[in-house]
Design a protein around this ligand. Structure first.
Ligand SMILES: [Mn+2]
Length: 427
């Protein structure tokens, strides 16, 4: 099935898709507001969407709030600040039941998203999410590319941006030949013919946050995705405003969006520096990227100094890392775990005290023997039972990757550690 056939087929697979197309057609000359995720996939999704709405003659104010879930207050604030829109689009920010309450503010609410849904009643919303039926590995950017192609065939620029969204959301791994079914038609018909040079493995390229199991080779796509991660702040708000006066006033997700809304000169390049040289504002971009690479190096050193093998549980080595205001902790931790485990089954639990004193714990493993998502969730639930703050203390994830955050709960470090280690004892 070629990509056009695949795109057409989505209309019958997802009944709301045609309604979204018709809504967009009816919005010519009108105004909308789009809320997109502030991570690389959200920025690439917004970029493809803005290119579409520009073609359709729709005024489209794009915002990148720092919190993943969109709150009612954020919707109201945006309307007060900009204008009353004819529709609101929510991209890559979850498919969450309470979003349906926002139809009382604006009648047309459209969700385009690929995350597992939260809740089951989405009445009055228009939803395009292939994970509604069963989990479908893809990215927001690909869904926007599909929508774009329902109007006209996407060009090199849109496809290039879509590809970066797929990679930076960890949805594809061409280096290890991992392309999920849902992504294959796009990858084979839109990427390989034009951009094969981005995905060929190269041994002389340095490794990025995207090579975990094999650090011997990389490709330009991984470097592009890492660059996007650095410029946007990765959805973790790793911002560089205070490092240089030149970066003082930028909001990185928006800065990244603006760069890639400009006409892109996508010619063949063989290093990431060559690519940066093709960009507008290349001085700021390379400054950010330098700081990012410095951060990676210093966080790698921190891991080597501050990681201990804490315990062996069911043949799984449990490593512990403790740090304070550590940048890029989950990404570097994933790479380091692989290095420390040396082929054995292992997990690493990373504790970080954030700027505001709250605690962030990242869990990464290379085995399903200890379900890290469950451990993170149990820890959060136990803390909530004892200290309250269910909206501030959250934890969960997959068997091999999970996060826990205590945010503004004020729960102290010792109580968090105690709760966590008591649960570990029970495994
Ligand atoms: Mn995403």
């Amino acid at each position: 099935m070629n990509y056009n056939e695949f795109v057409e087929k989505q209309k019958s697979n997802f009944s709301h898709l045609e309604k979204i197309v018709n809504l967009l057609k009816s919005l010519k000359g009108k105004k909308i507001i789009t809320f997109s995720h502030d991570d690389p996939d959200g920025v690439t999704s917004a970029s493809v969407f803005k290119r579409l709405t520009d073609k359709l003659g729709i005024e489209n104010k794009i915002l990148f709030p720092t919190k993943y879930e969109l709150s009612e207050q954020e919707v109201k604030d945006a309307i007060n600040k900009y204008y009353y829109p004819s529709a609101i689009f929510i991209l890559d920010k979850g498919t969450i039941e309470y979003y349906k309450n926002y139809v009382e503010i604006v009648k047309n609410i459209v969700i385009i998203d690929h995350h597992p849904v939260i809740g089951n009643n989405f009445e009055n919303l228009l939803v395009f999410n292939p994970s509604i039926e069963k989990y479908t590995q893809c990215s927001g950017s690909l869904l926007l590319n599909i929508l774009f192609n329902l109007f006209e065939s996407s060009k090199e620029e849109e496809d290039f941006i879509t590809l970066i969204g797929l990679k930076s959301d960890w949805a594809i791994d061409p280096l290890n030949n991992i392309i999920p079914e849902f992504v294959k038609p796009f990858y084979e018909y839109k990427i390989i013919p034009k951009f094969e040079f981005l995905v060929v493995p190269e041994e002389n390229l340095s490794s990025t946050i995207f090579e975990i199991t094999s650090r011997q080779k990389s490709n330009l796509l991984n470097h592009l995705a890492q660059l996007f991660f650095a410029i946007t702040g990765g959805g973790f708000q790793y911002f560089y405003n205070d490092r240089s006066i030149k970066l003082k006033d930028i909001y990185q997700p928006e800065f990244c969006f603006n760069i890639f809304m400009n006409k892109l000169k996508i010619e063949k390049f063989s290093t990431i520096d060559e690519f940066i040289n093709l960009l507008n504002d290349k001085e700021k971009v390379s400054l950010i990227y330098e700081y990012f690479l410095d951060d990676i190096k210093s966080t790698e050193n921190l891991f080597d100094q501050n990681t201990v093998l804490g315990k062996k549980i069911n043949d799984v080595e449990l490593y512990l890392f403790f740090g304070k205001q550590v940048r890029l902790m989950p990404m570097v931790g994933s790479v380091k775990l692989y290095e420390y485990a040396k082929g054995k089954e292992a997990a690493i639990i990373m504790f970080n005290i954030e700027k505001n004193g709250s605690v962030h714990i990242s869990f990464r493993g290379n085995t399903d023997k200890i379900h890290l998502g469950k451990l993170a969730n149990d820890t959060a639930q136990t803390l909530v039972k004892e200290f309250g703050h269910p909206n501030e203390i959250t934890g969960g994830g997959h068997p091999r990757a999970a996060e826990l955050r205590t945010r503004e709960s004020g729960v102290c470090y010792v109580d968090i550690l105690k709760t966590f280690f008591e649960l570990v004892k029970k495994i």
